[in-house]
Design a protein around this ligand. Structure first.
Ligand code: FES
Length: 102
C-alpha cells in the first residue's frame, strides 16, 4: 500500500498535511486525521453531504448522484465542490490541496 500525502486547508488559510493509504477515500483521510469541518456522518454511503470539500480547479467532476447530493451540503456549493467520500485516494493525488468549507 502506498502512502499518499494530502493537504486540507481551512477557510482561515491554515493547512494540515495528512498521509493516507491509497485505496482509502479523501473523507476517510480527513476523519482519521480529525480535520474539523469534515464529518462523514453516513460513513461514505453518499447520503449525508457532511464530507463536502472544494477540490482544486480542473479536478474530476462529480457523478450525477453525487452532484445531486451536493445540493444538501450546508456550505455554499462551488464549481469545484465534491463529496470527499467519493474521491478515492490514488498516488496521482499526492500533494493535492482540498479546501474545507467554512
Ligand atoms: S460521508 Fe456522507 S456523503 Fe460523504
Amino acid at each position: 500500500m502506498t502512502s499518499v500525502p494530502l493537504i486540507f486547508r481551512q477557510s482561515d488559510g491554515s493547512e494540515t498535511p495528512v498521509e493516507v493509504q491509497s485505496g482509502r477515500t479523501v473523507m476517510e483521510a480527513a476523519v482519521m486525521a480529525g480535520i474539523p469541518g469534515i464529518e462523514g456522518e453516513c460513513g461514505g454511503s453518499l447520503s449525508c453531504a457532511t464530507c463536502h470539500v472544494y477540490a482544486p480547479e480542473g479536478f474530476e467532476a462529480p457523478g450525477d448522484y453525487e452532484a445531486d447530493m451536493l445540493d444538501f451540503a450546508e456550505s455554499p456549493r462551488r464549481e469545484t465542490s465534491r463529496l470527499s467520500c467519493q474521491i478515492k485516494v490514488m498516488p496521482e493525488l499526492a500533494g493535492t490541496v482540498f479546501e474545507v468549507p467554512a
